[in-house]
Design a protein around this ligand. Structure first.
Ligand code: F6R
Length: 586
């Protein structure tokens, strides 16, 4: 059993997680876990020699609580009988924890996950069997989750549940496996059932049982044969991590939005509203996310000062204790951003970090941390980390509006619908982006134009094309393009307009006409409902979205375009030349 679990964890390690652990039911429950890489932890704790009839394994990528032994999964109940592993976020864990602690449950970790083990224990204590207790526990938790749970008092059974976070079942001959992705089970079986949102159930060595809302589902008809090779499998069936990560955006946005800590956002929003100066400091794509946010701030009567991290010294004389900075970095380790942050802190500026990595330098050295929950990003070019940054900063804007007494229901609804719209955008625009990539592949240069908050979206699109397809791309405010860049335009010159800012549509259309008159090939990301499409040579239609989420939807086809252009030109988009995922030199 131990060896099977260790091999499964190795299959998952390409995601770059920070802790690993296993639990097996032998005569009782045995748990071994710690922070570190799978191979290290597995050797240190002798995973391979563990025996049992059922086992759980997990690699963690910290969200609640730092990466250490206590916070590593599996988590157990007070008696050490029940073990649980979980991906996602349990939004209401704090109140559940308080309630359970009031009933005498003792918590060991800082995680949201541990409440599941104690809830099941509590309901068993009240007389329910394990499955009923598990179901009752599920009815109490809110959020995104893929859960697997074992109970040493019921050793032949493993319970599972899914909401938003991926979960599959590998169906074997005399065994069954619950896993978070397909590569994990491919060494043992290619027969797989995808568990759907809202479903839960259990497996035994010979049975798979699934139900939703109390109604059992037919399982046999849902088994699919997976045709993947092992190499493809590590990328979940995608040829490159970049494409996988672009397609993961609906899920990473769902997790990010579900995981928003509104109380923290409120605190930061109030600090922004009363600050003397507000700095937004970041590099690369993170800077572009910051610029999208900067476009919202004048609406709050805040004058933002966006700072490219490596340029911070120009602003040093401004830094003061009455100022607030938002430092954005997916890795939390970019040296330019860290240096800027340290200079600000020395001068008393209060720093809020927006980062994707728990325990990163940025998170440790900031006053407040807001996490994006994109999951690990392996492709060098930022994709899902960028869109989750924009979503998180949009939520901060909403929190500030709320603090000012505005009704924000419409914006909150916009954030909730975002994952679904992102899914539609990826699905609906991939074909057009691929066709366009074929056309662009022989071009030397392209313009990306927009107005208002579409400018940083254009900048992000241009950066992606440069980074992975090595085509020169320049982003400009569309109005400014007349003041120089238009001189380069000749027959067929690709000009990509971003129509994500509704307030500037009409004026941007005049720029389309100017470019067309000079022979440009005009492309544009447009809302599916608008009539702008007719005015462009190639419209890329994205779903209609509200103003704070439109930048996220409109950047998706630009990411896809860059990806397909790289592939068309024969380059590996995951490892662009001269670039590192995290830039730790100035
Ligand atoms: C662009 C890209 C880089 C990073 C930049 C900042 O695709 O990946 O431009 O955005 O190096 O990195 P973080 O966000 O880790 O500070």
């Amino acid at each position: 059993m131990g060896e099977i679990l260790r091999r499964a964890l190795e299959r998952l390690e390409y995601r770059g997680y920070d802790s690993a652990g296993v639990a097996v039911v032998d005569r009782g429950l045995v748990v071994r876990k710690d922070a570190g890489k799978v191979a290290e932890v597995a050797t240190r704790y002798g995973f391979d020699s563990l025996q049992g009839v059922a086992g759980l394994a997990h690699t963690r990528w910290a969200t609640h609580g730092k990466p250490d032994q206590t916070n590593a999964h599996p988590h157990t109940d007070c008696r050490g009988v029940i073990a649980v592993v979980h991906n996602g976020i349990i939004e209401n864990y704090a109140e559940l924890r308080e309630e359970l602690a009031g009933r005498g449950h003792v918590f060991r970790s800082e995680t949201d996950t541990e409440v599941v083990a104690h809830l099941v224990e509590e309901y068993k204590r009240q007389g329910l069997d394990t499955f009923s207790a598990f179901k009752k526990a599920l009815s109490r938790i809110r959020g995104a989750y893929a859960i697997a749970l074992i109970d040493a008092e019921n050793p032949q059974v493993m319970y599972f549940a899914r909401n938003l976070s991926p979960l599959i079942i590998g169906v074997g001959d005399g065994f069954n496996i619950v896993a978070s992705d397909i590569p994990t089970v491919l060494d043992y079986t290619r027969r797989v059932i995808a568990v759907r949102d809202g479903e839960y159930g259990y497996i035994t060595p010979t049975e798979v049982y699934i139900e939703a809302d109390g109604v059992p589902h037919d399982v046999a008809s849902r088994i699919e044969e997976i045709p993947w090779s092992a190499e493809m499998a590590t990328k979940g069936g995608y040829p490159h991590f970049m494409l996988k990560e672009i397609y993961e955006q609906p899920e990473s946005l769902a997790t990010t939005v579900a995981g928003l800590e509104w109380r923290t956002l409120e605190t930061v929003a109030n600090a922004l509203l009363s600050a003397r100066n507000v700095y937004i400091v970041a590099a690369g794509s993170s800077y572009h996310a910051g610029l999208v946010f900067a476009h919202l701030l004048p609406r709050l009567k805040i004058t933002p000062i966006p700072i490219i991290a490596s340029e911070y010294t120009t602003y040093e004389n401004l830094f003061d204790k009455d100022d607030v900075a938002i430092a954005i970095s997916q890795s939390g380790e970019t040296i330019d951003t860290i240096k800027a942050l340290r200079s600000m802190r020395e001068r008393g500026v209060k720093i809020t970090a927006v980062t994707n990595v728990v325990g990163s330098t940025l998170s440790r050295e900031s006053d407040v941390v807001i996490y994006t929950r994109a999951g690990p990003e392996i492709g060098v070019a930022a994709t899902k980390t960028f869109t989750t940054q924009v979503a998180t900063l949009a939520a901060l804007f909403v929190a500030a509006l709320k603090a000012l007494g505005y009704d924000t229901a419409q914006y909150e609804h916009e954030l909730k619908s975002l994952p679904d719209l992102a899914r539609k955008t990826v699905e609906n625009t991939a074909g057009t982006a691929k066709d366009l990539a074929k056309r662009l592949k022989t071009r030397q240069s392209a313009y990306y134009l927009g107005r208002g908050s579409a400018v940083p979206v254009a900048m992000e699109g241009a950066l992606k094309l440069k980074e992975v397809a090595y085509i020169h791309a320049e982003a400009y405010p569309a109005g400014e393009s007349k003041h120089g860049p238009i001189a380069l335009v000749e027959e067929g010159f690709p000009t990509i307009f971003v129509f994500s800012d509704p307030a500037t549509r009409e004026k941007t259309l005049s720029n389309v006409a100017e470019m067309k008159a000079r022979g440009a090939y005009t492309i544009g990301t447009v809302s599916a409902k608008s009539d702008i499409a007719k005015k462009l040579d190639l419209p890329i239609e994205v779903p209609e979205a509200g103003e704070i989420t439109a930048p996220i939807l409109h950047v998706i086809p630009l990411q896809l375009l860059a990806y397909f252009a790289a592939v068309e030109r024969g380059y590996d988009p995951d490892k662009p030349r001269n670039l590192a995922k995290t830039v730790t030199v100035e």
